[in-house]
Design a protein. Sequence first.
Length: 213
Amino acid sequence: MHFHQMVGSIEIVCGSMFSGKTEELLRRVKRAQIARQKVQVFKPLIDDRYSLDHVQSHNAARVPSIPVQNAKEILEKMDDNTRVVGIDEVQFFDKEIVDVVQKLAYRGIQVVCAGLDMDFRGLPFGPMADLMCVAEKVTKLQAVCMVCAAPATRSQKVFSDQGQNENQIDLGAHDKYEARCRFCHEPEGVHFPAHQIGLRHARNEDSTNEEVI
Ligand code: ADP
Ligand code: MG
Ligand code: ZN
């Protein structure tokens, strides 16, 4: 084994929903596989939106993954010869995940974690801030704002007619959330998705609730 392959590190890929976090995680995983490194991908059991044993992006790219109940289970399910660990939806783990990924990095493993940096209210999500602090590399991705088409950093909660779920964790994709920029984001949630209210192309055309000082 070459020296550089033994240098462990933590990489965080964060951003709003639809920003391409899972795509980027899968891209890094595939590069490691091309380099003939053994890879294991984990995800919290809570995320069963697409499949229990695959990590999948919104555009349908997917790789096999190992579902785990908690952070410690990642250590238990690690194979000895694994060089690269991917973790998707890492925001759903509790703060124990920080110690777990630190341990892996000290063992010489490249750890790539993807997760939401903010919840739908725009507040830091779970262990993400702590993970970013200890990481060697942090990549913050942006989606496209569904209201004004600017780069989007927030996940807009869209309440359906069938009732409301105000919990921080309410899994869903196109039906429950959409990407929005800081200025179009409404932290309390909205009742109509952007395609029903129309695209507001230039923000200065709509000065009804904005005062320029
Ligand atoms: P994430 O894991 O960050 O939620 P994914 O990697 O699963 O994102 O999906 C990213 C893909 O989602 C994009 O490549 C694009 O095809 C699609 N997509 C859907 N809505 C948007 C949006 N508002 N902005 C950017 N990409 C979007
Ligand atoms: Mg994802
Ligand atoms: Zn916007």
